[in-house]
Design a protein around this ligand. Structure first.
Ligand code: ZN
Length: 120
């Protein structure tokens, strides 16, 4: 993650402007809002989650909430609630960000990419 993104994230957290909230909907919005986790499908039993990557790369992250899928994630809450997703999200393409969304906050994981642990 870029240093400027980390600094912006820190200021937003200090100012209390970075709370991620849930929005239930029937399908992924054409223009998703920042800091919004969309739970797609039935409000009581959504089948997918979608949100803009918190690193500001602009990519839409889409995750399965179907229990039989592998991988799949657990999300709970209703529109307006603080978002939580379990387990962590580690993008294997693009920005390769690794983070948690917990109680409306982004918690960045240590940037330990497997390719960086290979002795050179
Ligand atoms: Zn990203």
């Amino acid at each position: 993650m870029k240093l400027v993104t980390r600094i912006r994230s820190w200021f937003a957290r200090v100012l209390g402007r970075d709370i991620w909230t849930i929005e239930s909907c029937n399908e992924t919005p054409d223009a998703p809002a920042a800091r919004r986790v969309y739970l797609i499908g039935d409000a009581d039993d959504p089948w997918a989650a979608a949100f803009l990557c918190p690193c500001d790369c602009g990519e839409l992250v889409q995750l399965s909430l179907m229990r039989d899928d592998d991988p799949s994630w657990i999300a709970c809450g209703a529109t307006g609630d603080r978002a939580s997703l379990h387990p962590s999200i580690w993008r294997i393409r693009g920005c390769r960000s690794h983070f948690f969304i917990k109680d409306g906050r982004i918690i960045w994981a240590k940037e330990a990419r497997p390719d960086r642990n290979v002795p050179t």
